[in-house]
Design a protein around this ligand. Structure first.
Ligand SMILES: *Cc1c(COP(=O)(O)O)cnc(C)c1O
Length: 441
Protein backbone atom coordinates (compact mmCIF):
# COMPACT_ATOMS: atom_id res chain seq x y z
CA UNK A 1 0.00 0.00 0.00
CA UNK A 2 2.79 2.36 0.92
CA UNK A 3 4.00 2.07 -2.69
CA UNK A 4 0.97 4.17 -3.78
CA UNK A 5 2.26 7.19 -1.89
CA UNK A 6 4.03 9.53 -4.34
CA UNK A 7 6.73 10.02 -1.70
CA UNK A 8 8.16 6.63 -2.68
CA UNK A 9 8.24 7.53 -6.37
CA UNK A 10 10.12 10.67 -5.45
CA UNK A 11 12.62 8.66 -3.41
CA UNK A 12 13.19 6.42 -6.44
CA UNK A 13 13.67 9.49 -8.63
CA UNK A 14 16.21 10.82 -6.13
CA UNK A 15 18.08 7.47 -6.24
CA UNK A 16 18.33 7.90 -9.99
CA UNK A 17 19.55 11.50 -9.65
CA UNK A 18 22.22 10.50 -7.15
CA UNK A 19 23.35 7.56 -9.30
CA UNK A 20 23.53 9.43 -12.62
CA UNK A 21 25.18 12.63 -11.40
CA UNK A 22 28.41 13.51 -9.63
CA UNK A 23 28.12 15.08 -6.21
CA UNK A 24 30.65 17.87 -5.76
CA UNK A 25 29.00 19.50 -2.72
CA UNK A 26 31.75 19.14 -0.09
CA UNK A 27 29.32 18.73 2.81
CA UNK A 28 27.61 15.70 1.27
CA UNK A 29 28.55 12.04 1.24
CA UNK A 30 27.03 8.56 0.79
CA UNK A 31 26.31 6.30 3.76
CA UNK A 32 26.76 2.53 3.75
CA UNK A 33 23.89 0.04 3.56
CA UNK A 34 24.42 -0.74 7.27
CA UNK A 35 24.10 2.92 8.26
CA UNK A 36 20.85 3.09 6.25
CA UNK A 37 19.59 -0.07 7.94
CA UNK A 38 20.11 1.32 11.44
CA UNK A 39 18.49 4.64 10.48
CA UNK A 40 15.42 2.90 9.10
CA UNK A 41 14.99 0.70 12.17
CA UNK A 42 12.26 0.44 14.81
CA UNK A 43 14.53 2.28 17.26
CA UNK A 44 12.64 5.37 16.08
CA UNK A 45 9.67 4.11 18.14
CA UNK A 46 11.44 4.61 21.46
CA UNK A 47 11.55 7.54 23.88
CA UNK A 48 14.75 7.73 25.90
CA UNK A 49 15.20 11.20 27.40
CA UNK A 50 18.30 11.30 29.57
CA UNK A 51 21.53 9.35 29.22
CA UNK A 52 22.48 5.65 29.50
CA UNK A 53 21.66 4.49 33.04
CA UNK A 54 19.85 7.79 33.79
CA UNK A 55 16.63 7.77 31.76
CA UNK A 56 13.19 9.19 32.39
CA UNK A 57 11.32 6.27 30.76
CA UNK A 58 11.42 2.48 31.15
CA UNK A 59 12.34 -0.15 28.59
CA UNK A 60 15.89 1.02 27.91
CA UNK A 61 17.68 -2.35 28.10
CA UNK A 62 18.59 -2.25 24.38
CA UNK A 63 18.80 1.51 23.94
CA UNK A 64 21.37 2.03 26.70
CA UNK A 65 24.00 -0.33 25.24
CA UNK A 66 23.41 1.14 21.75
CA UNK A 67 24.02 4.72 22.91
CA UNK A 68 26.96 3.56 25.07
CA UNK A 69 28.59 1.91 22.04
CA UNK A 70 28.14 5.10 20.02
CA UNK A 71 29.75 7.11 22.85
CA UNK A 72 32.69 4.72 23.29
CA UNK A 73 33.39 4.58 19.56
CA UNK A 74 33.27 8.38 19.22
CA UNK A 75 35.71 8.73 22.12
CA UNK A 76 38.08 6.24 20.52
CA UNK A 77 37.83 7.96 17.15
CA UNK A 78 38.82 11.40 18.48
CA UNK A 79 40.88 10.40 21.57
CA UNK A 80 38.39 12.26 23.74
CA UNK A 81 37.47 11.93 27.42
CA UNK A 82 33.78 12.33 26.65
CA UNK A 83 31.27 12.20 23.81
CA UNK A 84 27.70 13.39 23.55
CA UNK A 85 26.06 11.66 20.57
CA UNK A 86 22.61 13.22 20.97
CA UNK A 87 22.76 16.53 19.04
CA UNK A 88 20.26 16.36 16.18
CA UNK A 89 22.55 18.38 13.90
CA UNK A 90 25.75 20.38 13.73
CA UNK A 91 23.81 23.55 14.48
CA UNK A 92 22.29 22.00 17.63
CA UNK A 93 25.72 20.80 18.75
CA UNK A 94 27.13 24.33 18.48
CA UNK A 95 24.15 25.86 20.23
CA UNK A 96 24.52 23.42 23.14
CA UNK A 97 28.22 24.24 23.58
CA UNK A 98 27.54 27.99 23.63
CA UNK A 99 24.75 27.37 26.15
CA UNK A 100 26.99 25.16 28.32
CA UNK A 101 29.62 27.84 28.85
CA UNK A 102 28.16 31.32 28.19
CA UNK A 103 25.64 33.65 29.77
CA UNK A 104 23.51 35.89 27.52
CA UNK A 105 25.64 38.82 26.38
CA UNK A 106 28.96 36.94 26.67
CA UNK A 107 31.41 37.30 23.81
CA UNK A 108 32.35 34.51 21.39
CA UNK A 109 35.21 35.06 18.96
CA UNK A 110 34.73 33.10 15.72
CA UNK A 111 35.61 33.20 12.04
CA UNK A 112 33.25 35.55 10.23
CA UNK A 113 30.86 34.09 7.67
CA UNK A 114 32.34 35.85 4.61
CA UNK A 115 35.82 34.65 5.64
CA UNK A 116 34.62 31.03 5.55
CA UNK A 117 32.92 30.58 8.94
CA UNK A 118 29.51 28.93 9.37
CA UNK A 119 26.09 30.56 9.83
CA UNK A 120 25.97 29.16 13.38
CA UNK A 121 29.15 31.09 14.28
CA UNK A 122 27.28 34.32 14.82
CA UNK A 123 25.45 35.26 11.64
CA UNK A 124 22.91 37.94 12.64
CA UNK A 125 20.03 35.82 11.28
CA UNK A 126 20.58 33.11 13.94
CA UNK A 127 19.15 32.76 17.43
CA UNK A 128 22.64 32.48 18.95
CA UNK A 129 23.58 35.88 17.59
CA UNK A 130 20.61 37.40 19.44
CA UNK A 131 21.78 35.82 22.70
CA UNK A 132 25.57 36.11 22.56
CA UNK A 133 27.91 38.80 21.34
CA UNK A 134 29.81 37.36 18.38
CA UNK A 135 32.99 39.02 17.19
CA UNK A 136 34.38 37.82 13.87
CA UNK A 137 37.98 37.38 12.75
CA UNK A 138 38.91 37.09 9.08
CA UNK A 139 41.44 35.54 6.74
CA UNK A 140 44.59 36.98 5.18
CA UNK A 141 45.09 37.62 1.46
CA UNK A 142 46.77 34.21 1.26
CA UNK A 143 43.61 32.62 2.67
CA UNK A 144 44.97 31.64 6.09
CA UNK A 145 43.35 32.56 9.42
CA UNK A 146 44.40 36.08 10.39
CA UNK A 147 45.92 35.06 13.73
CA UNK A 148 47.15 38.59 14.43
CA UNK A 149 43.62 39.89 14.09
CA UNK A 150 42.35 37.01 16.28
CA UNK A 151 44.86 37.97 18.97
CA UNK A 152 44.05 41.67 18.77
CA UNK A 153 40.29 41.01 18.99
CA UNK A 154 40.75 38.53 21.86
CA UNK A 155 42.70 41.12 23.85
CA UNK A 156 40.12 43.78 23.11
CA UNK A 157 36.95 41.74 23.79
CA UNK A 158 38.05 39.08 26.34
CA UNK A 159 35.82 36.35 24.83
CA UNK A 160 34.47 33.38 26.81
CA UNK A 161 34.92 31.13 23.78
CA UNK A 162 37.41 31.19 20.93
CA UNK A 163 35.95 29.14 18.11
CA UNK A 164 37.94 27.73 15.21
CA UNK A 165 35.73 26.23 12.54
CA UNK A 166 34.75 26.76 8.96
CA UNK A 167 32.72 25.70 5.96
CA UNK A 168 34.86 27.30 3.26
CA UNK A 169 38.50 27.40 4.34
CA UNK A 170 41.23 25.45 2.63
CA UNK A 171 44.14 25.56 5.13
CA UNK A 172 45.03 23.51 8.19
CA UNK A 173 44.40 25.65 11.30
CA UNK A 174 47.32 26.27 13.68
CA UNK A 175 45.58 25.09 16.86
CA UNK A 176 48.72 25.57 18.99
CA UNK A 177 48.87 29.23 18.08
CA UNK A 178 45.23 29.69 19.09
CA UNK A 179 45.92 27.96 22.41
CA UNK A 180 48.78 30.38 23.09
CA UNK A 181 46.50 33.34 22.40
CA UNK A 182 43.84 31.93 24.74
CA UNK A 183 46.39 31.30 27.53
CA UNK A 184 47.66 34.83 27.40
CA UNK A 185 44.25 36.48 27.14
CA UNK A 186 42.64 34.37 29.87
CA UNK A 187 45.32 35.57 32.35
CA UNK A 188 44.56 39.18 31.39
CA UNK A 189 40.79 38.70 31.42
CA UNK A 190 40.71 36.77 34.69
CA UNK A 191 38.43 34.05 33.33
CA UNK A 192 38.91 30.70 31.61
CA UNK A 193 38.49 30.72 27.84
CA UNK A 194 36.88 27.70 26.24
CA UNK A 195 38.68 26.57 23.10
CA UNK A 196 36.09 25.14 20.74
CA UNK A 197 36.69 23.64 17.30
CA UNK A 198 33.79 23.14 14.89
CA UNK A 199 35.25 20.46 12.63
CA UNK A 200 31.97 19.65 10.84
CA UNK A 201 33.78 19.57 7.50
CA UNK A 202 37.06 17.86 8.35
CA UNK A 203 36.07 15.46 11.16
CA UNK A 204 36.48 12.51 8.80
CA UNK A 205 39.96 13.69 7.86
CA UNK A 206 40.82 13.91 11.59
CA UNK A 207 39.39 10.42 12.19
CA UNK A 208 41.40 9.17 9.21
CA UNK A 209 44.62 10.71 10.54
CA UNK A 210 45.23 13.22 7.74
CA UNK A 211 44.28 16.38 9.68
CA UNK A 212 45.40 17.45 13.18
CA UNK A 213 43.00 16.77 16.05
CA UNK A 214 42.23 19.98 18.00
CA UNK A 215 41.70 17.93 21.19
CA UNK A 216 45.40 17.01 20.99
CA UNK A 217 46.37 20.69 20.71
CA UNK A 218 44.84 22.16 23.82
CA UNK A 219 41.21 22.48 22.69
CA UNK A 220 38.62 21.29 25.23
CA UNK A 221 35.69 20.83 22.84
CA UNK A 222 35.13 19.72 19.28
CA UNK A 223 31.74 19.74 17.58
CA UNK A 224 30.98 18.10 14.27
CA UNK A 225 28.26 16.88 11.99
CA UNK A 226 28.21 13.12 11.47
CA UNK A 227 27.02 13.22 7.84
CA UNK A 228 29.85 15.04 6.06
CA UNK A 229 33.31 13.45 5.90
CA UNK A 230 32.44 11.04 8.76
CA UNK A 231 29.99 9.35 6.37
CA UNK A 232 27.32 8.71 8.98
CA UNK A 233 23.66 9.69 9.31
CA UNK A 234 22.57 13.33 9.29
CA UNK A 235 23.33 14.49 12.84
CA UNK A 236 25.68 16.15 15.31
CA UNK A 237 28.33 15.13 17.84
CA UNK A 238 30.24 16.86 20.65
CA UNK A 239 33.50 15.39 21.95
CA UNK A 240 35.38 16.97 24.84
CA UNK A 241 38.24 16.74 27.31
CA UNK A 242 37.77 16.93 31.08
CA UNK A 243 36.22 15.23 34.08
CA UNK A 244 33.08 13.21 33.35
CA UNK A 245 30.45 13.10 36.11
CA UNK A 246 26.71 12.51 36.42
CA UNK A 247 24.63 15.00 34.41
CA UNK A 248 21.99 14.84 37.15
CA UNK A 249 23.99 17.23 39.35
CA UNK A 250 25.16 20.62 38.11
CA UNK A 251 28.93 20.81 38.49
CA UNK A 252 30.97 23.93 39.14
CA UNK A 253 31.45 26.14 36.09
CA UNK A 254 35.05 25.21 35.23
CA UNK A 255 36.74 24.04 32.03
CA UNK A 256 37.52 20.77 33.75
CA UNK A 257 33.79 20.09 34.10
CA UNK A 258 32.94 20.92 30.49
CA UNK A 259 31.88 17.34 29.58
CA UNK A 260 29.12 17.39 32.22
CA UNK A 261 28.14 20.98 31.46
CA UNK A 262 27.72 19.91 27.83
CA UNK A 263 25.56 16.89 28.69
CA UNK A 264 23.24 19.17 30.68
CA UNK A 265 23.22 21.73 27.87
CA UNK A 266 22.17 19.14 25.27
CA UNK A 267 19.48 17.56 27.46
CA UNK A 268 17.47 19.12 29.00
CA UNK A 269 19.12 22.41 27.99
CA UNK A 270 18.36 22.53 24.29
CA UNK A 271 16.82 19.21 23.16
CA UNK A 272 14.18 16.68 24.15
CA UNK A 273 14.23 12.96 23.39
CA UNK A 274 17.26 11.67 21.48
CA UNK A 275 16.89 10.03 18.05
CA UNK A 276 18.09 6.55 18.98
CA UNK A 277 17.77 5.17 15.42
CA UNK A 278 20.14 7.93 14.32
CA UNK A 279 22.42 7.29 17.31
CA UNK A 280 22.57 3.60 16.33
CA UNK A 281 23.50 4.66 12.79
CA UNK A 282 26.17 6.99 14.22
CA UNK A 283 27.58 3.99 16.12
CA UNK A 284 27.66 1.93 12.91
CA UNK A 285 29.41 4.75 11.02
CA UNK A 286 31.96 5.31 13.82
CA UNK A 287 32.87 1.62 13.70
CA UNK A 288 33.41 1.95 9.94
CA UNK A 289 35.49 5.09 10.56
CA UNK A 290 37.73 3.16 12.98
CA UNK A 291 38.76 0.66 10.28
CA UNK A 292 42.10 1.01 8.43
CA UNK A 293 40.18 1.36 5.11
CA UNK A 294 38.76 4.62 6.38
CA UNK A 295 42.26 6.07 6.78
CA UNK A 296 42.85 5.15 3.11
CA UNK A 297 39.61 6.91 2.23
CA UNK A 298 40.60 10.09 4.09
CA UNK A 299 43.98 10.14 2.34
CA UNK A 300 42.31 9.69 -1.06
CA UNK A 301 39.85 12.53 -0.34
CA UNK A 302 42.76 14.94 0.13
CA UNK A 303 44.75 13.54 -2.81
CA UNK A 304 41.76 13.85 -5.13
CA UNK A 305 41.17 17.44 -3.98
CA UNK A 306 44.77 18.30 -4.74
CA UNK A 307 44.71 16.72 -8.21
CA UNK A 308 41.44 18.49 -8.99
CA UNK A 309 42.68 21.86 -7.67
CA UNK A 310 45.92 21.66 -9.66
CA UNK A 311 44.11 20.75 -12.88
CA UNK A 312 41.51 23.50 -12.43
CA UNK A 313 44.32 26.02 -11.99
CA UNK A 314 46.08 24.70 -15.08
CA UNK A 315 42.84 25.34 -17.00
CA UNK A 316 42.76 28.96 -15.81
CA UNK A 317 40.49 28.86 -12.73
CA UNK A 318 41.54 31.11 -9.83
CA UNK A 319 41.28 29.34 -6.45
CA UNK A 320 40.80 31.09 -3.13
CA UNK A 321 43.88 30.45 -0.99
CA UNK A 322 45.76 29.27 -4.09
CA UNK A 323 44.72 25.61 -3.72
CA UNK A 324 43.75 23.31 -0.88
CA UNK A 325 45.16 21.42 2.10
CA UNK A 326 41.89 19.60 2.84
CA UNK A 327 38.90 18.41 0.78
CA UNK A 328 37.52 21.88 -0.06
CA UNK A 329 38.03 24.02 -3.15
CA UNK A 330 36.66 27.54 -3.59
CA UNK A 331 36.79 28.94 -7.13
CA UNK A 332 36.61 32.65 -7.81
CA UNK A 333 34.64 32.32 -11.06
CA UNK A 334 33.90 36.04 -11.26
CA UNK A 335 37.53 37.00 -11.15
CA UNK A 336 38.56 34.11 -13.42
CA UNK A 337 35.96 34.54 -16.15
CA UNK A 338 33.47 37.31 -15.30
CA UNK A 339 30.69 34.76 -14.55
CA UNK A 340 28.93 34.76 -11.17
CA UNK A 341 28.79 31.65 -9.00
CA UNK A 342 25.00 31.16 -9.18
CA UNK A 343 24.96 31.13 -12.99
CA UNK A 344 27.83 28.62 -13.04
CA UNK A 345 26.07 26.46 -10.42
CA UNK A 346 22.89 26.37 -12.55
CA UNK A 347 24.80 25.46 -15.72
CA UNK A 348 26.74 22.67 -13.96
CA UNK A 349 23.51 21.25 -12.52
CA UNK A 350 22.26 21.01 -16.12
CA UNK A 351 25.02 18.44 -16.88
CA UNK A 352 24.68 16.48 -13.62
CA UNK A 353 27.51 18.14 -11.69
CA UNK A 354 26.11 19.40 -8.37
CA UNK A 355 27.87 22.06 -6.30
CA UNK A 356 26.97 25.34 -4.62
CA UNK A 357 27.55 29.00 -5.29
CA UNK A 358 29.50 30.46 -2.38
CA UNK A 359 30.62 33.91 -1.28
CA UNK A 360 34.33 34.67 -1.24
CA UNK A 361 36.01 36.68 1.53
CA UNK A 362 35.16 40.34 0.77
CA UNK A 363 32.59 39.31 -1.86
CA UNK A 364 30.60 42.07 -3.53
CA UNK A 365 27.99 39.76 -5.08
CA UNK A 366 25.84 39.20 -1.98
CA UNK A 367 24.39 35.90 -0.77
CA UNK A 368 22.23 35.28 -3.87
CA UNK A 369 24.75 36.10 -6.61
CA UNK A 370 28.10 35.35 -4.97
CA UNK A 371 31.29 35.37 -7.03
CA UNK A 372 32.45 31.86 -6.22
CA UNK A 373 31.53 28.19 -6.22
CA UNK A 374 32.56 25.71 -3.56
CA UNK A 375 33.23 22.06 -4.24
CA UNK A 376 34.91 19.08 -2.65
CA UNK A 377 35.86 15.45 -3.03
CA UNK A 378 34.35 13.45 -0.09
CA UNK A 379 31.33 12.06 -1.98
CA UNK A 380 33.17 11.29 -5.21
CA UNK A 381 35.94 9.54 -3.28
CA UNK A 382 33.37 7.33 -1.53
CA UNK A 383 32.31 6.21 -5.02
CA UNK A 384 35.98 5.37 -5.72
CA UNK A 385 36.68 8.08 -8.27
CA UNK A 386 40.42 8.73 -8.50
CA UNK A 387 42.97 11.01 -10.16
CA UNK A 388 41.97 10.06 -13.71
CA UNK A 389 38.34 10.97 -13.06
CA UNK A 390 39.36 14.26 -11.37
CA UNK A 391 41.09 15.31 -14.60
CA UNK A 392 37.96 14.44 -16.61
CA UNK A 393 35.82 16.38 -14.18
CA UNK A 394 38.00 19.49 -14.41
CA UNK A 395 37.73 19.25 -18.21
CA UNK A 396 33.92 19.15 -18.07
CA UNK A 397 33.92 22.09 -15.67
CA UNK A 398 35.97 24.11 -18.15
CA UNK A 399 33.68 23.13 -21.05
CA UNK A 400 30.60 24.24 -19.09
CA UNK A 401 32.35 27.44 -18.16
CA UNK A 402 33.11 28.21 -21.81
CA UNK A 403 29.43 27.63 -22.60
CA UNK A 404 28.46 30.06 -19.81
CA UNK A 405 30.79 32.72 -21.23
CA UNK A 406 29.30 32.22 -24.71
CA UNK A 407 25.70 32.18 -23.36
CA UNK A 408 26.09 35.36 -21.30
CA UNK A 409 23.26 34.51 -18.84
CA UNK A 410 20.89 31.70 -17.77
CA UNK A 411 18.46 32.37 -20.66
CA UNK A 412 21.35 32.20 -23.07
CA UNK A 413 21.96 28.56 -22.08
CA UNK A 414 18.91 27.73 -24.25
CA UNK A 415 21.10 28.22 -27.32
CA UNK A 416 23.57 25.57 -26.11
CA UNK A 417 21.26 22.63 -25.41
CA UNK A 418 23.06 20.17 -27.68
CA UNK A 419 26.51 20.89 -26.16
CA UNK A 420 25.13 20.64 -22.62
CA UNK A 421 23.32 17.38 -23.42
CA UNK A 422 26.51 15.89 -24.81
CA UNK A 423 28.41 16.65 -21.59
CA UNK A 424 25.43 15.37 -19.56
CA UNK A 425 25.66 12.02 -21.35
CA UNK A 426 29.40 11.71 -20.62
CA UNK A 427 28.87 12.56 -16.93
CA UNK A 428 26.05 9.99 -16.67
CA UNK A 429 28.13 7.26 -18.28
CA UNK A 430 31.02 7.82 -15.88
CA UNK A 431 28.76 8.14 -12.85
CA UNK A 432 27.00 4.84 -13.59
CA UNK A 433 30.39 3.10 -13.58
CA UNK A 434 30.86 4.16 -9.95
CA UNK A 435 27.78 2.96 -8.04
CA UNK A 436 26.47 4.78 -4.99
CA UNK A 437 26.79 2.62 -1.83
CA UNK A 438 23.36 1.72 -0.52
CA UNK A 439 21.71 2.01 -3.97
CA UNK A 440 21.31 -1.27 -5.84
CA UNK A 441 22.19 -0.95 -9.53
C1 LIG B 1 27.61 21.92 8.15
C2 LIG B 1 28.13 22.72 9.26
C3 LIG B 1 27.37 22.96 10.42
C4 LIG B 1 25.89 22.67 10.52
O1 LIG B 1 25.50 21.40 10.43
P1 LIG B 1 23.93 21.07 10.31
O2 LIG B 1 23.90 19.62 10.61
O3 LIG B 1 23.54 21.43 8.91
O4 LIG B 1 23.21 21.88 11.31
C5 LIG B 1 27.96 23.61 11.47
N1 LIG B 1 29.23 24.03 11.39
C6 LIG B 1 29.98 23.86 10.29
C7 LIG B 1 31.37 24.37 10.27
C8 LIG B 1 29.46 23.21 9.18
O5 LIG B 1 30.20 23.08 8.09
Amino acid sequence: MAKQDPIFELIDAEKKRQSEGLELIPSENYVSANVLKAMGSILTNKYSEGYPGKRYYGGQENIDPIETLAIERAKELFHADHANVQPHSGANANEAVYFSWCEPGDTILAMSLPAGGHLTHGSPVTRSAKIYNFVGYGVTKEGDIDYDEMERLAKEHHPKIILVGFSAFMKIPDFDRVQKIADEVSREAGHEILLMADMAHVAGLIAGGVHPNPLEHGFQVMTTTTHKTLRGPRGGLIVSMGKVSSPLRKPEHTLENIPTLIDRAVFPGTQGGPLEHIIAAKAVAFEEDLQPEFADYARSVVENAQVLATELQRLGFKLQGGGTENHLILIDVKDSYGIDGKFYEIALDRVGLTLNANALPSDKGGAFRPSGVRLGTPAMTTRDLGAEEMLKLAGWMKQVLDICVAAGDEDGLGGHVAELDAIRAEVRELALNFPVPGIEK
